[in-house]
Design a protein around this ligand. Structure first.
Ligand code: GUN
Ligand code: ZN
Length: 434
């Protein structure tokens, strides 16, 4: 064996499929004493330590006691320029944007500021075990350069784009259909497909783009292979009424994006809190995805996401934090809030569905499940080590647990950045808790 092979020994858990499709028991694989073999930044094998260890000769084995290895978490919707305004008081979406968001994003005209925040942002993601995210920049192209430069230095798989916004926003924060198109194109040429980076065409939401801008965004989305489209959809009731006024000729909010061909594989819509059956059907048949952002939906008072409805229609759903409207970078904390969102609707969220949403479900929503989401051989070695003794309470609670499901559930309810002992991207350690 060569020196670029390394093995990691701990309890290991990963998703194999959506529990809603195959049932809970068939949805995961668990090794109480497991071994994860990593070669050249990729997963070589996963299995029982007792079976794999004798086959290894001269391979370094890193052992974690009382810890669980899972795939790195995938955040399908987050805004990096909003890192510094997380937890801003008192408003719902439209007032929150005007009061806090737009003045904060203005600062990203300054590349040095953008680079400082990009570093803080990526560190925070990794501290929380999130190794891949779909990220909003600001309207300034240099904001995306700053994020991609920082992500490239860490060899992270990241997706991001410059915001397109040419109306209903302050002058200092708007582009034009032509400048937005041209600047996005330059960024695509510079970054899309470079290392593990991908570009997302990013109209902020229907109200802040003119029909001309949406038409050019739709054109750009189809111009390059494997591009993403990232926007917001049906988050807040006032917002939905506003979209009706702005686009009276369209049959609904999703129909605006549909009309401009901003839909399909790799189109990711954040929120979708108030979707009708027809919109769910259309999302499913086009292979589009929705990012469920529970901490944000509760914080902004947007409403309760109907996960089961989207599931029944077969819509791809990932989990998003939506920082800075979201109140945590932690996917575990997002799952904690997701569980409560379901409870308020008289529904359940199985812990293995939670695991799926934060890992393989996110990868499928992003069409990255050939590279991420579980420990199938050949996938990127992006994984996290979760510490069963992260806090006295977590340690004591987990000692009482009689099953893996109970342990996993308690970790989702009580866990946050404190449980993430180490995070790896492409086989390299990118965060180690002090
Ligand atoms: N809709 C349009 N812009 C935003 C934003 O920045 N955050 C959220 N949560 N919703 C939006
Ligand atoms: Zn958002």
């Amino acid at each position: 064996m060569t020196s670029n092979v390394k093995a990691y020994r701990a309890a290991i858990l990963h998703s194999l499929a959506d529990p809603a499709v195959v049932g809970v028991e068939a949805s995961y694989e668990y090794f109480e004493d497991g071994l994860l073999l990593v070669e050249d930044g990729r997963i070589a094998r996963v299995g029982h330590a007792a079976e794999l260890l004798p086959t290894l000769k001269g391979v370094e084995v890193v052992e974690y006691r009382d810890a669980l290895i899972t795939p790195g978490f995938i955040d399908t919707h987050i805004h990096y320029p909003q890192t510094g305004m997380i937890a801003s008081y008192g408003e719902q979406l439209l007032d929150w944007l005007n009061t806090y968001t737009f003045p904060t994003e203005r600062q990203f005209a300054d590349k040095a500021h953008a680079s400082d925040v990009a570093e803080i942002f990526l560190k925070e993601l990794l501290r929380n075990g999130t190794t891949t995210a779909l990220v909003f920049g600001s309207v300034h192209p240099q904001s995306v350069d700053a994020l991609f430069e920082a992500a490239e230095a860490l060899n992270l798989r990241m997706i991001a784009g410059k915001v397109l916004m040419d109306r209903n926003a302050p002058d200092y924060l708007t582009d034009t259909p032509q400048s937005g198109y041209a600047e996005s194109k330059e960024l695509i040429e510079r970054w899309h497909g470079k290392g593990r980076l991908h570009y997302a065409v990013t109209p902020r939401f229907a109200p802040t783009s003119s029909p001309e801008q949406l038409a050019l965004a739709g054109q750009l989305f189809r111009e390059y292979p494997d591009l993403y489209m990232h926007t917001h959809l049906s988050e807040n009731r006032q917002e939905i009424e506003w979209v009706k006024e702005l686009f009276p000729e369209r049959t609904g909010y999703l129909n605006v994006y549909d009309h401009y061909q901003l839909i399909g594989a790799r189109a990711v819509f954040a929120h979708g809190v108030h979707l009708c059956d027809e919109e769910c059907r259309r999302l499913a048949e086009t292979g589009s995805a929705v990012a469920f952002c529970p901490t944000s939906n509760l914080f902004l008072g947007s409403g309760l996401f109907d996960l089961n409805k989207l599931e029944q229609h077969g819509v791809r759903v990932g989990l998003g934090t939506d920082v800075g409207a979201g109140t945590s970078f932690s996917q575990l904390q997002s799952l904690n809030e997701a569980y409560k969102v379901m409870q308020l609707q008289g529904k359940k969220l199985d812990p293995f569905k939670s695991l799926y949403l934060a890992t393989l479900g996110g990868a499928q929503a992003l069409y990255l499940d050939d590279k991420l989401g579980n420990f199938a051989s050949g996938k990127d070695a992006d994984f996290v080590v979760l510490d069963y003794h992260a806090t006295p309470l977590i340690s004591y609670r987990l000692q009482q647990a009689k099953s893996l499901a109970e342990k996993l559930f308690a970790l989702c309810m009580l866990g946050d950045d404190r449980v993430v002992q180490e995070a790896f991207a492409a086989g390299q350690s990118v965060h180690r808790r002090d």
